[in-house]
Design a protein around this ligand. Sequence first.
Ligand code: GLN
Length: 528
Amino acid sequence: MSICIPRLKPASASAALKEGKVSATELCQRCLAAIKETSVLNAYITVREAAALKQAEAADKRYSRGQALGPLDGIPVAVKDNFSTAGIETTCASKMLKGYVPPYNATVVQKLLDQGAVLLGKTNLDEFAMGCGTTDSIFGPVQNPWSYSQQYREKSAEAAQTDNGDYDWVISGGSSGGSAAAVSSFTCFAALGSDTGGSTRNPAALCGIVGLKPTYGLLSRHGLIPLVNSMDVPGILTRCVDDTAVVLGMLAGHDPKDSTTVQSAFQPFTLPSNVDVSKLCIGIPQEYHAPGLSRETLAVWTKAADRLENAGAKVVAVSLPHTRYSIVCYHVLCTAEVASNMARFDGLEYGHRCDVDSSTEAMYAATRREGFNDVVRGRILSGTFFLLKENYERYCLKAQKVRRLIAEDFVKVFSSGVDVLLTPTTLGDAPQFKEFIKEDNRTRSTQEDIFTQSANMAGLPAVTVPAALSARGLPLGLQFIGRAFCEQQLLTVAKWLEREMEVPVLQWHRAMEREHPALPHNKLASLS
Ligand code: GLN
């Protein structure tokens, strides 16, 4: 197992480290320089330059002694700023947690560090991971690196404005937009995101990379600041499916600090180099022909299904009839859990405290009014309403029953012999920032999650893979949803699709190298 440098070159970063072709310090320095070159993207909230270089030095020592820890040793990574990191500010992109420095590491962060991964910094997100654009952060929005690709600039009507501040850039998607932009712009090799309703897969798709939402319970959530406990999972963002499998292997498994994690040990796996899909049965959920699905997305979805069929797979239409309730159902369950989760932010224990001393209640209220943005406050209000004694049965209980029906739809399909489902990841390509933040942004955000939320409600693994470029030159992703704990099968078919649809990524690399010296082109490719 090794971490790939670019997916298009046979060399790999960990092999290059092992062979002494590159040092961990050099890799780290290059990534730090790339972070500076791409600061316009606003992908990082915190960059820990000195600490990262120190970690890299330690990795170099291990390599020189022949005692490398594994495939992640010396590999630069980034972590979304809603994972607790000991001694490093963890903000959730909110005023409420500005200045908060946790005393411990989230389990998945600790596992990365134990494997020798070099933690470059913490990435930007929508406040408390609520959103799908990374436009609602106190640190400002994240730009999609593809906003700077040659194709997009040529095709964008305002291409002429490239050099002034009003350049018509497109959003990264979210809420793990910082992690997706960081990986997509070559500033790190892998990043952690979180996924409650699509927050790893949505930005991965819009930024042209791979994003995995693992089965609920496969990765520990200890230290991940909760959004919706019954749906949250850490997500993995990388530039190729092989890398996802490597990182998954390092992070998965039981954690005594998270009682929802699996008891059994996880067997890390490598994916075959030649994937055979001919024995697979692929389901195409008919209800995913949703309103708002772009023609281009539909076309690439159909093309992928055809290619799978041509490669010998059985492709069948399936029905997930309760999909149509997923958005409202998610809204009730999400806000109810948010209302209870956010109660801990009261100005007493950590984070922001408002300077009001007339009464404790007044201090709480002022702190929460000041500390949270209106998205968070809105969800707390809705959730509190749904949780009222007189409303509980009507909303929360009903939503839980519908959630069960949504999950049972998947069970039925998978027990009928379907191995994986193929769906779009998003409705279309990345919207322009100025379009996205128009008034109906909130409605649009909820619609954007139509293809991703159900997997969270059912606890199933799902992965997005870059599949095409839109007419505007922006990435489009396709999603596979698999059976619970069948990540190996899921990633295997994802790798097949990635190979089949490699063209857009090639174009991206070329565009980056040729046209955009301000962004980090792939200097590391020269090593292979
Ligand atoms: N967009 C969804 C929301 O705002 C999902 C967020 C997430 O997965 N963290 O709730």
